[in-house]
Write a protein that binds this ligand. Structure first.
Ligand code: 13P
Length: 246
């Protein structure tokens, strides 16, 4: 399966920064196919701008969240229909920052995933344990509960991607060992095979302090089918280095 490297820009970039960043990626990609799909997920307000710059290039566009409803009296909400209409093909859902800061539950995440699928968006569903979970030995049970609770039963390998992001590795410069990553990704693969059609075909991304120095090793782990990159997706140099590190 062709790997995916996704950049989650989070709440970063003004118009000029985002434009320069993605123009740099378009330029790199026009010279070389690194053998993976490349996705950028800018803030909502930059989607139109970024869509114009990547148009005609193989760089893919996604958002970082969506509402569970299509339209209505939800002040500040952005729906999956709007994302699709804006040119997005992907949406990150259930990121640990949204689970923690916006009190998103597995049920709400699964409703958002269904809304995304109804609007032809591929969902990137995030799961991951806290340090407390890991120290308690509950990593596998925590990610299992999140996966089964956040991904609707009818999801398939074409419309859903899983991202394993240990909360303690996000933005900290700490990464799990390759053995720890292997253990979780293998467990997620078995769960996908047991509970979903084409479970063997789902891409499972790793995310959390991925950078140009550790990407090669992490991306070589079996059942790691790409990366979800935060901080290192904000410069062309770092992000392109990750894209080319397979
Ligand atoms: P960092 O790469 O900054 O640790 O963030 C990872 C992440 O949360 C991507 O969704």
């Amino acid at each position: 399966m062709r790997p995916l490297i996704a950049g989650n820009w989070k709440m970063n970039t003004l118009r000029a920064d985002g434009s320069a960043l993605v123009a740099g990626l378009v330029e790199q990609r026009s010279r070389k196919d690194p053998g993976c799909d490349i996705l950028v997920c800018p803030p909502f307000i930059s989607l139109g701008l970024i869509e114009d710059i990547i148009s005609g290039s193989p760089i893919l566009l996604g958002a970082q969240d969506c509402h569970k409803e299509e339209f209505g009296a939800y002040t500040g909400g952005i729906s999956a229909a709007m994302l699709s209409d804006a040119g997005c093909g992907f949406v990150i859902l259930g990121h640990s920052e949204r689970r923690a800061q916006n009190y998103e539950t597995d049920l709400l995440v699964s409703q958002k995933v269904s809304a995304a699928h109804a609007n032809d968006l591929v969902s990137i569903v995030c799961v991951g344990e806290t340090l407390i979970d890991r120290d308690a030995g509950s990593t596998l049970s925590v990610v299992e509960e999140q996966l089964l609770g956040s991904v609707p039963k009818n999801a398939n390998a074409k419309n859903t991607i899983i991202a394993y992001e240990p909360v303690w590795a996000i933005g900290t410069g700490k990464t799990p060992t390759t053995m720890q990553i292997t253990e979780v990704h293998d467990h997620l693969r078995v769960l996908l095979e047991n509970h979903f059609a084409e479970g063997g075909g789902f891409r499972i991304l790793y995310g959390g302090s991925m950078n140009s120095s550790n990407a090669g090793e992490i991306l070589s782990v079996k059942n790691v089918n790409g990366g979800l990159v935060g901080g290192a997706s904000l410069t062309v140099k770092d992000f392109w280095a990750i894209c080319t590190s397979f």
